[in-house]
Design a protein around this ligand. Structure first.
Ligand code: NAG
Ligand code: NAG
Ligand code: NAG
Ligand code: NAG
Ligand code: NAG
Length: 374
């Protein structure tokens, strides 16, 4: 009964205009694939074969999302170890062939389709060993680890990437670091390179929304000090609604509208905005009201300017941990099927539930990505 009551209240609220959600879409996950190793063998899947071990997008899927579903944002994951091979290290020297495949995906989204893209180094603020991501690899900027890449190298990487995309108005640059100094180094390098696009900076503890204000080393104690000379930085938040916020449990228990309230108050206090670039329900089909709750909560609170649902991408097959039971295991990729061969989550979750909550009037299609698009 409680669920039904909440769902109804939320449905009523959502009929008001979602005025500040400027960007909405899906996380394209697959560019970081092909490196996981059951035996923790460093270097597994590096550099990897484009189109075989990993890929960034399927252009047909992007067409469906943009042309039919009218969404304007894709978060495109890649691995730092592929963009900046271990032999040359993290920094401004890229593997040009790898970069060209990534650029092709970003250009397709932003130029051919006029949508926006988040450049997402999917590295959990680590670099040098993704074999058991997110547990392996040296923490960037960890001065007690001689193998760790430095904050300066991280800044050099972002400066180079931002410089290469600075004349493209559509990407958002996304810093991966879990610490203020790394975020700040990335912002400084991106601005120094002349890129003016919206930056989304993560916090600590998996950049979780519910945990933003929790613990003795909470993101909320420090991250208000972040400085962007152009005032065009938002925070990047992830949120799952099952018991431990991982997306892997059967029952949903953590309603986002309740769990995100302290974060929302913190954002309002310091006059910051946020995007939720990963969210999902749980390993079950019982959570529909929780998914609509989080999307409506963002629409109803002006601290939120965009979202990407987890996850689509050409290589997920039937293993994306979003919103379904095992028989329907699958991904949000259009055309994909579920584990049991029935229509996949694009049909059963995206079209049936998420699509109805995509803002109809507030998404923007022109101009520089921004906290306040004109
Ligand atoms: C994207 O647009 C460019 C320029 O119009 C065109 O040459 C290219 O074929 C398009 N790419 C795809 C995959 O359609
Ligand atoms: C950024 O915000 C600060 C504080 O509100 C303000 O002093 C500054 O002029 C702003 N800078 C730009 C470029 O808008
Ligand atoms: C999903 O739940 C089932 C049990 O219902 C379990 O066997 C499976 O490992 C779970 N998957 C994930 C990713 O947690
Ligand atoms: C999930 O919730 C259902 C219904 O309330 C309950 O019967 C079941 O035991 C719960 N499962 C777990 C793993 O907590
Ligand atoms: C891309 O999507 C189309 C349409 O769903 C599908 O036919 C094709 O197999 C996909 N390609 C890849 C490489 O997944």
């Amino acid at each position: 009964m409680l669920f039904a009551g909440l769902a109804t209240a939320v449905a009523l609220l959502s009929s008001s205009v979602a005025a500040t959600i400027y960007y909405a879409g899906v996380a394209e996950s697959s560019g970081e694939f092909g490196v996981w190793s059951a035996t923790s063998t460093p270097g597994t899947g590096l550099p990897g074969r484009f189109g075989v071990d990993y890929a960034f997008i399927n252009t047909s899927a992007i067409d469906v999302f943009v042309d039919q579903n009218k969404v304007n944002l894709f978060r495109v994951a890649f691995l730092l170890e592929r963009m900046c091979p271990l032999a040359t290290g993290l920094g401004a020297k890229f593997d040009e062939e790898h970069f060209s495949h990534f650029k092709e995906a970003i250009d397709y989204i932003t130029i051919n389709k006029s949508a926006y893209a988040i450049l997402d180094p999917h590295n959990y603020m680590r670099y040098n060993d993704p074999s058991q991501q997110p547990m392996t690899g040296s923490i960037i900027g960890d001065t007690s680890d001689v193998k760790a890449a430095t904050t300066a190298q991280f800044g050099a990487f972002w400066g180079e990437l931002a410089g290469r995309f600075k004349s493209n108005e559509k990407p958002h640059d996304m810093a991966t670091s879990l610490v203020l100094t790394n975020d700040q180094a990335a912002i400084d390098a991106i601005r120094k390179a002349g890129a003016k696009q919206l930056i989304i900076a993560p916090g600590n503890s998996w950049t979780g929304g519910h945990s933003w204000t929790q613990g003795s080393d909470a993101s909320s104690l420090l991250l208000q000090n972040i400085k962007d000379p152009l005032n065009n930085t938002a925070f990047d938040i992830h949120e799952y609604v099952d018991s431990d916020y991982s997306g892997g449990h059967v029952n949903c228990t953590n309603l986002a509208s309740v769990q995100l309230a302290p974060l929302t108050a913190w954002l309002a206090k310091y006059n910051f905005k946020a995007m939720i670039t990963e969210f999902g329900a749980s390993n079950s089909t019982r959570c529909t009201s929780y998914m609509s709750d989080i999307i409506n909560y963002m629409s109803d609170n002006p601290q939120y300017i965009g979202w990407t649902a987890w996850a689509a991408g050409p290589f997920w097959g039937t293993s994306s941990p979003c919103c379904t039971d095992q028989a329907h295991w699958g991904s949000l990729e259009p055309g994909s099927t579920a584990a049991d061969g029935t229509p996949g989550l694009y049909e059963t979750v995206w079209l049936k539930m998420i699509q109805k909550l995509v803002p109809k009037t507030s998404l923007v299609w022109k101009g520089m990505s921004s906290l306040k698009p004109i």
